[in-house]
Design a protein around this ligand. Structure first.
Ligand code: GLY
Length: 577
């Protein structure tokens, strides 16, 4: 087995040892054969596995997923267990207070897509974030209880359970144990919690496990008893253990003490929805993605189809010619996103036209391979008929492939921890267009298609994606990153399908991003300098950005092994057997 290990740093290990004096009796508490030790673990960036494999944002969650598959669970079981574990070990984005999407293909070849996106509360209004003069108060859609939509993650887990083999009690127990007995935090987590302390205090009405007197240090143990009790109520009472009863009351109490508007009825009425996954061909590969209310699947479809006839492989990886083409297709797809995409239950999304080859060819008619097309000259196509997230990729030994992306939206969501329940709420309301022409936290614009309405789902960019080769499972992929998600997935696919990269390179090579407005190209620090200079000469505004995406990819090799890669950009880690 090829393996590259990146362990916690030396300081982390020292502090970890100090913690273990108290934690000795509680080591290796989790999973089949007690295989997961929350006090002593390492980050594994790439590996090949014969049977099941998982790649996600935290090593403990990946290990929980592998352990569930070893116990006889399939990829759907693992997805549920990983999601609950992430809600404990990765509070910045793992969640039960947020929402997400699943795209899967069963071993029988059936596509599945589950929408557990948050909804606007019943009392939400189109103008709820405007002052009396009609100006957007964008802070209100980002921080505090008014920013949260009705969470969908727990309902999503129970929808996924229909395809699983093990009971919820088995799948959620690892998360309960880790919340109850604690886990050792990494340097990145310590930094994240310290950086958010003030905001947690300001936007929550009661103390929580995430805030302590002294600063968090690498190797500290994070124990969250309130969250353990919340998870036990889900274990014992199912979906109602979250959307009704004590937890629902604790959510509404927090709303009442803060400035939130989620009601008991909103929670009781929340439903995850099955959707029809998008599917299209690209040079003989089959790509399967998430339909609206995520924009991800359709944007990736448009971008792939706009490059399909241009032989990008011959241009060379990240050559000026290849990057310039990809920027221009990104620009055009995102212009369509801003105008045409929204919750399909509230807005007629012109999917047929947006994915039509003739329409897409027309979108490229004004493409000039020698210079930038200014975004002000690119309007959405005319149609006559809509940062912090986390991704899980899983393949099991039976042949089920599962891709799940979930989110709190911003890092640590709206910074409101539900008093007595120990979990962080989302700030997903900011993904609506709070006012036409006012950018959201990702700089994205929107209009009527994505305006706020009670019970409507806000437009997303999340792009859980699958690829088949010769109609057989080939790639599971996805990433966090707000509006940069579709471009990161697009580039990962192009890296693998056109430039023949392995999973590790496809994930870790520098990425770039254009989203129509603002009219600029974001690029990562290791992006090719000569290409950057050439693009500037063609009229592109090049804007450095520390990081684009944290992509998790699994690819099936010709010998059937699962080549599994976790992004180098975070604590992301793989596990399998
Ligand atoms: N909150 C990020 C997204 O859904 O796109």
């Amino acid at each position: 087995m090829k393996k590259s290990l990146l362990c916690l740093g030396a300081i982390g290990l020292q502090l970890l040892t100090a913690q273990l004096v108290n934690a000795q009796s509680k080591t290796a508490i989790v999973g089949a054969g007690k295989a997961v030790d929350p006090y002593n673990y390492a980050i594994v960036k790439t590996a090949e596995f014969k049977n099941g494999s998982v790649s996600c944002a935290h090593p403990l969650a990946s290990m929980v997923g592998a352990s569930i598959m070893k116990q006889g669970g399939n990829a759907f079981d693992a997805a549920i267990a990983v999601q609950f574990a992430l809600a404990v070990v990765y509070p910045a984005a793992g969640n039960i207070g947020g929402g997400g999407f699943l795209v899967a293909r069963t071993k029988e070849g059936k596509n599945i897509s589950i929408d557990f996106r948050e909804t606007a509360p019943g009392k939400a209004t189109k103008d709820m974030y405007l002052d009396k003069d009609g100006n957007a108060i964008t802070k209100l859609s980002k921080l505090g209880a008014l920013a949260n939509g009705v969470p969908g993650t727990v309902a999503g887990a129970f929808e996924i359970l229909k395809y699983a083999k093990l009971p919820i009690s088995t799948l959620i127990q690892p998360a309960i144990d880790i919340a109850e007995f604690g886990f050792v935090i990494s340097e990145k987590e310590a930094k994240g919690l310290n950086g958010t302390k003030e905001s947690f205090v300001k936007n929550s009405t009661m103390p929580s496990a995430y805030v302590k007197e002294t600063i968090w240090k690498t190797g500290d143990t994070l124990v969250n008893k309130d969250l353990a009790e919340t998870l036990k109520r889900i274990r014992d009472n199912g979906q109602k253990g979250f959307y009704e009863g004590k937890t629902a009351q604790l959510i509404v109490d927090e709303m009442n003490r803060g400035n939130g508007i989620i009601s008991l009825q909103d929670l009781k009425d929340y439903k995850a929805k099955s959707r029809t996954a998008l599917q299209f061909d690209y040079k003989g590969y089959t790509i399967i993605g998430m339909p609206p209310p995520s924009s991800g699947g359709i944007i990736i479809w448009q971008m792939m189809k706009m490059i399909e006839n241009r032989n990008i492989a011959q241009y060379g990886f990240q050559s000026p010619k290849a990057v310039q083409l990809m920027i221009e297709v990104e620009r055009r797809a995102y212009a369509d996103r801003a105008e045409h995409l929204g919750d399909p239950d509230f807005w007629k999304v012109p999917m047929k036209t947006l994915s039509d080859n003739t329409y897409l060819a027309k979108r490229m008619e004004d493409y000039d391979s020698t210079k930038a097309t200014p975004s002000k000259d690119i309007k959405a196509g005319t149609i006559h008929e809509s940062n912090e997230t986390t991704h899980i990729s899983i393949f099991d030994k039976e042949g089920n492939m599962v891709s799940v992306t979930t989110t709190l939206n911003g890092g640590y969501g709206n910074r409101t921890v539900i008093g007595g329940a120990g979990f962080i709420m989302n700030n997903e309301m900011d993904d609506f267009s709070v006012k036409p022409g006012t950018p959201n936290m990702f700089g994205a614009l929107g209009g009527t298609a994505n305006a706020i309405e009670p019970h409507k789902r806000m437009l997303s960019s999340m792009s859980p994606t699958l690829v088949l080769k010769n109609n057989k499972p080939y790639i599971v992929a996805g990433t966090p990153g707000g509006t940069t998600i579709p471009t990161s997935v697009f580039q990962t696919l192009v890296n693998m399908l056109e430039f023949n990269m392995n999973a590790e390179d496809a994930v870790n090579k520098p990425k770039f991003h254009h989203q129509w407005m603002p009219d600029q190209v974001d690029f990562e620090p290791t992006f090719n300098k000569d290409t950057k200079t050439a693009l500037e000469a063609m009229g592109y505004k090049m804007t450095p950005r520390a990081q684009l995406g944290r992509t998790e990819v699994i690819r099936i090799l010709p010998d059937g092994k699962k080549e599994t890669a976790a992004d180098k950009r975070g604590d992301d880690s793989v596990a399998g057997y």
